[in-house]
Design a protein around this ligand. Structure first.
Ligand code: GLA
Ligand code: CA
Length: 695
């Protein structure tokens, strides 16, 4: 019976496709509808960078009493003043929402990811959810920029405490914090920065996690050491201030050269694989510049991180940060992160899987609920990205190559976008005013968005079918699935694999929705779910046809990850990278996008930048560069006992909330402190396999 129905469906489809050739009127593209009204809860207090922090020596420094008593007084650690840099980073009390804090307590995170190990420099995943954000610090910092005044927007200093441009704008000299130490007490200096640049970012066999390669700092850019505390960048462009954003999280977060260098193939007999795996998850007390380092790891159970006794940031009263002595990461699922945060058994969640919204909202509405839940703007968005490489990225077979040719055909991309009922797709995730129709490109509601420059192909199955026919796809054997032209992939049915992250319900729901939409126009899509821990590798391998992609920050902020807006370099685009001959076979519209993005990077003039992003949006959406699906707000869920959570902190903007809320400044007032710490009064011990915290 089923078979019969299916065959019938095929026949009627053939009929309508045939009719379309002569009769169909395509629905004309238009501008997208305005998103439903949805008010963000809480707005940032906008300030300048100088209102947040400075670098300065203070007359005296303090630390938790148990550190002095158990470690300093016993000679295990030098006094705090000697562990801090010459001029620590000082957070001003005036910018702390609840002021100077007190020590103690723990933030209990729950995550769906799993740590592969700690070698972030060689691309290992730490499990996401902010583990890596807590461990590694970067040259600059952008998460907190959500609260910086628009006219002062520039990355915050971090490991680089200041920088100067040469008069011609081609040289950027960066001054590193002086006298700072890794969490094991070894000096941090320019050699760590140079090792990261020379032997990781610039070694073609190594790809730091989240890095888009050396070209994300501009083609031909060099970095040299001036002295122990100074490095100098040289750029082909003048004043490419954009790259200061690339030096923030993801782009330039150095790892300890004293540990990594001896394992690197250039300086040892190791293979690159051995280098990557030299610091597995049970290698503990890994030296970091971040506020906490892992001291315990139990597979599929937990990662516990304890305070870094050499952390180089203090509050304005000289109290060494962080205030929180411990971070916990329970290894569970992302959906469980929401459930536990709402229930109070976890402390933090980025509510981002729309399927959980109604339940989470209901439970949090109770005034006695343990956590606050605050929605932000619509910065969570998804696209279907087509693999646009026609010259061999990921080495496709004949079928795969035929799909790539289709992906590169505008008629085909239009067919896909017309076939998607975005209203329905959004409502299938969550009913209510959350999801908005997202045609692709920059998000509605963000600074550079321009509706008039946004081309939207409304839902129309007839138009989709007409476009398929233009692309030369017909169901030649009448089984309801269109076939490749006879000279491609043997004229077989068009079957496309859709890569999706198995760890997220939303990714899977959207994939299911796309499969159904494609079935309606005679394209067979087969989902390929991959566990999150293997996702980054699969994405980078290029071995996929289409992918459900949770978009990056470049489509929200434009200034963060700018080079990912187009294939400006061999590795910068998430879905069009260099093929076997190391070149990117740009389509004409992509070349135009690259030119626009490069101009954006090269100009500082605000009006020109606005205009360039209008051009970008038009090119992106008219050419269906990727197929936008839905755009919706996320909510930060955080246990009510925490203080110093900045108002209006988005779960995702320049970075994720784990960076945005400045966790090293977050504290729990004395009367609200819990006894949740698992390794109370301990510090990270000596780095090594199966080591642990010490007391
Ligand atoms: C994952 C989660 C996000 C956020 C990031 C931090 O991607 O889904 O909500 O926690 O990790 O890296
Ligand atoms: Ca067929």
């Amino acid at each position: 019976m089923r078979k019969h129905l299916f065959a019938l469906g095929g026949a009627s489809l053939m009929l309508s496709v045939a009719m379309l050739g002569t009769m169909a009127q395509e629905v004309a593209p238009t501008t997208p509808p305005d998103p439903p009204k949805f008010d963000a809860q809480g707005f940032p207090t906008f300030v300048g960078a100088k209102d947040i922090l400075e670098y300065k020596a203070l007359p005296a420094y303090h630390e938790p009493a148990w550190v002095t008593k158990n470690f300093v007084d016993t000679g295990k650690l030098p006094p705090v003043a000697e562990r801090l840099p010459k001029e620590p980073m000082v957070y001003l009390a005036s910018n702390m929402p609840d002021g100077v804090g007190v020590y103690g307590d723990v933030m209990r995170h729950v995550i769906g990811g799993r740590p592969q190990g700690w070698n972030y420099a060689a691309g290992q995943v730490q499990g996401w959810g902010g583990i890596d954000i807590g461990m590694y610090e970067c040259l600059t910092r952008t998460g907190p920029l959500f609260e910086i005044k628009a006219d002062e927007l520039e990355p915050l200093p971090n490991l680089a405490k200041s920088w100067d441009w040469s008069a011609d704008g081609h040289e950027l000299t960066m001054h590193l914090i002086e006298g700072a130490k890794w969490s094991d007490g070894v000096a941090f200096n320019a050699d760590d920065v140079m090792f990261y640049w020379d032997d990781n970012i610039n070694d073609p066999n190594v790809k730091p996690l989240n890095s888009n390669g050396p070209d994300s700092f501009g083609a031909g850019t060099t970095l040299t050491k001036v002295d122990d505390n100074t490095v100098k960048w040289t750029f082909k462009e003048a004043f490419p201030k954009q790259y200061l954003y690339t030096m923030a999280y993801g782009g330039f977060c150095p790892l300890p050269a004293h540990l990594l260098k001896p394992q690197h193939p250039k300086y040892s007999k190791n293979t690159y694989e051995q280098y990557q795996n030299a610091f597995p998850a049970n290698y503990l007390n890994f030296p970091v510049m971040g506020a906490w380092t892992p001291v315990e790891y139990r597979p599929d159970d937990i990662v516990v991180l304890r305070r870094n006794p050499y952390y180089w940031k203090v509050d304005s009263e000289g109290n060494q940060l962080p205030y929180l002595d411990e971070l916990e990461y329970k290894l569970s699922t992302w959906a469980d992160r929401d459930v536990q945060a709402v229930a109070g058994t976890g402390d933090f969640s980025n509510l981002e899987q729309a399927e959980s919204y109604v339940e989470a909202l209901k439970k949090s509405a109770d005034p006695a609920a343990p956590a606050r839940l605050a929605f932000g703007a619509r910065t969570i968005g998804y696209s279907i990205v087509p693999n646009l490489s026609g010259n061999g990225w990921g080495e496709p077979d004949a079928r795969g190559q035929a799909v790539r040719e289709l992906n590169r055909n505008l008629d085909f991309r239009k067919a896909i976008t017309y076939a998607i009922d975005r209203q329905h797709l959004g409502e299938a995730l969550v009913k209510g005013p959350f999801t908005a129709i997202y045609p692709g490109g920059l998000y509605a509601g963000t600074a550079y968005y321009d509706k008039a420059s946004t081309v939207y192909y409304p839902y129309s199955v007839e138009s989709a079918k007409a476009e398929l026919e233009k692309a030369g796809l017909k169901d030649t054997d009448g089984d309801g699935v269109v076939n490749f032209p006879a000279d491609q992939a043997g004229g077989a049915n068009v079957e496309i694999t859709l890569l999706a992250n198995a760890d997220y319900q939303t990714d899977k729901s959207l994939a299911e929705g796309v499969i159904a939409s494609m079935q309606a126009i005679g394209i067979r899509v087969i989902i390929n779910t991959v566990p999150g821990s293997a996702m980054t590798d699969t994405q980078n391998s290029g071995k996929w046809d289409w992918q459900v992609l949770r978009n990056g920050s470049e489509l929200i902020s434009v200034v963060q990850g700018t080079s990912s807006l187009a294939p400006t370099g061999p590795q910068t685009s998430p879905f069009h990278r260099a093929g076997t001959d190391k070149t990117v076979d740009l389509l004409p519209y992509e070349q135009e996008m690259v030119d626009v993005v490069n101009k954006f990077i090269a100009t500082q003039e605000p009006a020109a930048r606005v205009d360039l992003m209008k051009q970008y949006q038009k090119l992106y959406t008219e050419n269906v560069n990727a197929i936008g699906l839905t755009q919706y707000p996320g909510a930060l869920i955080i246990n009510k006992r925490f203080a110093n959570i900045p108002a209006g902190a988005p779960i995702f903007m320049f970075n994720w909330a784990e960076d945005n809320i400045i966790r090293e400044r977050v504290f729990v007032p004395a009367d609200k402190q819990s006894d949740f710490e698992l390794h109370k009064d301990t510090l990270p011990g000596e780095p090594g396999l199966d080591k642990g915290p010490v007391s």
